[in-house]
Design a protein around this ligand. Structure first.
Ligand SMILES: *[C@@H]1O[C@H](CO)[C@@H](O)[C@H](O)[C@H]1NC(C)=O
Ligand SMILES: *[C@@H]1O[C@H](CO)[C@@H](O)[C@H](O)[C@H]1NC(C)=O
Ligand SMILES: *[C@@H]1O[C@H](CO)[C@@H](O)[C@H](O)[C@H]1NC(C)=O
Length: 380
């Protein structure tokens, strides 16, 4: 009896000291990713819609790698943490890339809302889900024919045991500000999330059970938006970010969180994890020097110099003649000092910071504890 009470007291003490978490082992056999440039590992480039020039990719891949960054993206660091290889892009099919451990359908510029003829990127979320359905049907068909493709395609049960990751919505909001008032942007959010829900439900119907959904970041802090919409100081918050854009991101995230809760209620046989990327990125921009950065908003690769080093007419690596002078958007001397790479996307250093924060589990709902094996054994 006395011993039992003592153990109970120790457990109470432990629960008091540690937040309530569920442990995650990252034993997913495969990852299927959907999203925009935050996690595109080569789709838009393989589709031939845009091209990326050096210095993109210089820090890690030593050449442009289909990623909008100087190096790895958050998804790359997450794959590493899960002991899985980098995800190949669905459309980047030449040279026998392996899709055994998953496939990436994310495409830069994509939106949740259905693409229109004027969209930057035709691969909106509904199309990415269609591509996944085609991918899965092909895999099932090929597996039925024999085993010689095992190295290149997932096993059938990977579709139910795999993790489905999402990072999309930023372009729906950022794009809307070019033609809508803030009130109209805010009012459009429920409709955007309805389309997102439709896609998630289609994936569930195809057997997806583990969902990991990133919310959207503080887009008002991107140099691209500060340059265009932050011309008047009254539009900026204390960090120098466009308040309206961040307000839209926060409302989107609030409603996205509610959607995740609703799906968790509907799909009790599934894990639906909401990840608060906004808070991670906003804290990084607010307290950048504490995390080893020197520039929270100014782009590393761009033209024009401080305060933004950004010109919407010249993307990273491009050369253009402006007013009779040839100008090239070059990289800064040390990208690890910058949070932002090209005015729109984060540097590898910032992506690495964001992924380590994700992996603490503190920003997830439900929260999880990574690499805390003793918690695995606590059974009450
Ligand atoms: C949910 O996640 C936990 C921990 O990773 C795992 O043990 C469980 O099998 C998952 N549930 C489903 C339905 O895959
Ligand atoms: C920045 O750090 C300070 C001091 O720890 C903290 O109070 C503040 O909440 C942080 N800002 C953000 C946006 O996280
Ligand atoms: C080009 O020259 C015009 C006229 O001098 C000036 O207003 C404009 O800002 C210049 N453009 C750039 C990108 O420097």
């Amino acid at each position: 009896m006395a011993a039992k009470i003592c153990i109970l007291q120790i457990f109470t003490l432990i629960s008091f000291l540690l937040p309530v978490t569920y442990s995650i082992e990252f034993k997913f056999p495969a990852i299927f990713n959907f999203g925009d440039s935050n996690s595109d590992t080569g789709n838009l480039i393989a589709a031939g819609i845009e091209s990326l020039d050096p210095p993109n990719g210089q820090t890690y891949f030593q050449k442009p790698s289909g990623r909008y960054s100087d190096g790895r993206l958050v998804i790359d660091f997450l794959m590493d943490a899960m002991k899985l290889p980098f995800l190949n892009a669905y459309l980047d099919s030449i040279g026998l890339p392996s899709f055994q451990k998953g496939c990436n359908f994310a495409a830069a510029g994509s939106t949740i809302h259905q693409a229109t003829p004027t969209s930057v990127c035709p691969f909106s979320f509904d199309i990415q889900v269609n591509q996944f359905l085609h991918f899965k049907a092909r895999v099932v068909e090929l597996l039925a024919k024999g085993k010689r493709l095992d190295k290149y395609i997932p096993a059938v049960d990977y579709f139910s045991k795999g993790l489905y990751t999402f990072d999309i919505g930023q372009n729906d909001l950022a794009g809307a500000f070019y033609s809508k008032t803030i009130d109209q942007v805010l009012a459009s959010i429920p409709k955007i999330l309805e389309e997102f829900e439709t896609g998630l439900r289609r994936l569930y119907d195809e057997g997806a059970r583990n969902f990991w959904i990133h919310n959207t970041g503080p887009l008002g802090c991107l140099a691209q938006n500060v340059a265009k919409f932050g011309t008047d100081l009254s539009m900026l918050d204390e960090l120098g970010c466009v308040s309206g854009h961040n307000q839209a991101a926060k409302l989107f995230n609030l409603q996205l969180h509610a959607l995740c809760k609703k799906l968790q209620g509907d799909y009790t046989d599934s894990n639906i994890t909401y990840v608060d990327i906004y808070t991670i990125k906003y804290s990084l921009i607010a307290n950048y020097s504490r995390y080893g950065f020197e520039q929270p908003i100014m782009a590393c690769c761009g033209v024009g110099g401080a305060p933004l080093n950004y010109n919407s007419g010249i993307s990273c690596g491009q050369t253009k003649v402006i007013n009779g002078t040839s100008v090239t958007a070059k990289a800064c001397s040390d990208s690890t000092e910058y949070v932002n790479w090209d005015g729109i996307h984060y540097t590898e250093a910032a992506n690495q910071y964001v992924s380590t924060q994700i992996l603490t589990g503190k920003y997830s709902d439900p929260p999880f504890a990574d690499k805390m094996p003793f918690l695995l054994d606590l059974k009450f």
